[in-house]
Design a protein around this ligand. Structure first.
Ligand code: ATP
Length: 307
């Protein structure tokens, strides 16, 4: 049976009369790297704040580690490590001192935990450097190290790669993959840049105007974005037989409107149409189809280019 780390049931948040999180049903399984995508202002941070208990739910429910009772959820939240917006760092302190202060605040035992997280985020060699002299990338890595203190089972990162240079993005991506693989840490990571999540996420949730408009696995996404030759014909049953017998392929599926989605012969529409026409099949339309991830996302959220 699948084990869910988090499910939200019609999760909603209203500010004044405006519903900014609108009946969100989210499903995150153990071991998922859940890419939470949405344009600016879509509601990603608001959902994350509801999950982590920073703001009160207007209506709906959260099931966290199989628990949906408010008192238990409070306890279960201790199993979460989170980075939400920029954390308050002590600028006059080093990375080590910042982590030590937070370790003590949170009551996490063992100083060796600091070395562990500093090592993970590759900040061990910053020694006496004060945080005020850190680059944005270093500060972000320190923020992730803070979220990793105590080795949480569920890591929630709100836009952790925002504004980072490409090298830091790759580093953080590799780090997240590593802890997911080594520790089976479940990760929820939000971004408005689909391309960045694409190399990381195993599951996606897409939010737009406060509504979770889609949730799918990376395999689904690959399938949905796959290139195909779409052929609309008058007689679908015969066309299928001809494709199987004369083009020797069953790498296709029949979709709506008498259309066959053929995943072979993509660059040979002439060959496919001539075989069908020779067998008296009327071709009403033939076109290559397929989207890259960006197109897919833009289409999904209704043509919003702000991604
Ligand atoms: N405390 C608040 N009071 C009123 N409106 C709010 C509050 N917090 C957020 N909002 C509104 O809720 C909407 C969603 O904001 P949110 O920050 O969750 O989006 P987001 O997807 O995280 O965007 P971004 O990528 O820009 O961070 C926005 O329209 C925002 O103005």
């Amino acid at each position: 049976m699948e084990e869910y780390i988090l499910r939200t049931i019609n999760l909603s948040k209203k500010y004044k009369d405006k519903l900014i999180v609108d009946n969100v049903n989210m499903n995150i399984r153990r071991g998922d790297i859940y890419g939470f995508i949405g344009e600016n202002g879509a509601g990603k941070t608001s959902v994350i704040r509801l999950i982590t208990g920073l703001v009160k739910i207007t209506s709906g429910n959260i099931i966290l580690f199989n628990s949906d009772i408010e008192e238990n959820i409070k306890t279960q939240r201790k199993r979460i490590g989170s980075l939400i917006e920029s954390p308050a760092l002590y600028p006059e302190m080093t990375a080590y001192q910042n982590l030590e202060a937070i370790r003590l605040q949170r009551g996490i035992s063992g100083k060796q935990e600091i070395d562990r997280v500093l090592d993970l985020v590759n900040l061990k060699n910053t020694k006496n450097k004060k945080v005020k002299n850190f680059s944005l990338g270093m500060k972000q890595k320190l923020a992730i190290a803070i979220a990793l203190l105590g080795d949480p089972e569920f890591l929630i990162l709100d836009e952790p790669i925002n504004g980072l240079d490409p090298v830091s993005i790759v580093e953080i991506r590799e780090l997240l993959k590593k802890i997911n693989k080594d520790k089976d840490t479940t990760i929820l990571i939000s971004s408005h840049i689909l391309k960045e999540l694409n190399q990381l996420a195993t599951t996606y949730g897409v939010i737009s105007n406060g509504k979770l408009i889609d949730e799918f696995s990376s395999q689904d996404l690959e399938q949905r974005c796959k290139l195909s030759l779409d052929i609309k014909v008058d007689d679908i049953n015969r066309a299928v037989i001809i494709i199987e017998e004369q083009l020797n392929t069953n790498n296709f599926k029949v979709i709506k409107d008498n259309t066959i989605k053929l995943f072979d012969y993509i660059n040979q529409p002439g060959k496919v149409s001539s075989v069908l026409v020779k067998n008296n099949i009327e071709i009403q339309q033939i076109m290559t189809n397929g989207e890259d991830l960006e197109d897919y996302y833009v289409n999904l959220i209704g043509g919003c280019k702000n991604v």
